[in-house]
Design a binder for this molecule. Structure first.
Ligand code: FES
Length: 107
């Protein structure tokens, strides 16, 4: 299990012990974390799982996968340098304590 910290647009923090191998999106949806929708189920077809990876974690999480940028261009909230589709961030022990910030809106 790996701890992931979700920070809502209003600053509310939710800490979840996530299953390794799952995604940041799937973990949020399974645990009813508000602010991540994951409408397409993780197939990179909706951008309703948009998150801003905390600056301190950007290097460890790594760059966007090919195709993410195109979807993020259509996201409801502004794309920033650390924007990712959370369905494409796979949870592993190296991400223990990862902090992701959720945008104001996903639609
Ligand atoms: S869940 Fe649809 S793009 Fe991530």
């Amino acid at each position: 299990m790996t701890k992931i910290v979700y920070v809502a647009a209003d600053g509310t923090r939710t800490e979840i012990e996530a299953e390794d191998g799952s995604s940041v999106m799937q973990t949020a949806v399974s645990n009813d974390v508000d602010g991540i929708v994951g409408e397409c189920g993780g197939s990179m077809a909706c951008a309703t799982c948009h998150v801003y990876v905390d600056e301190a974690w950007a290097d460890r999480v790594g760059p966007r996968n090919p195709g993410e940028e195109d979807m993020l261009d259509c996201a409801a909230s502004e794309m920033k340098p650390t924007s990712r589709l959370s369905c494409q961030i796979k949870i592993s022990p190296e991400l223990e304590g990862l902090v992701v910030h959720m945008p104001e809106a996903q639609f």
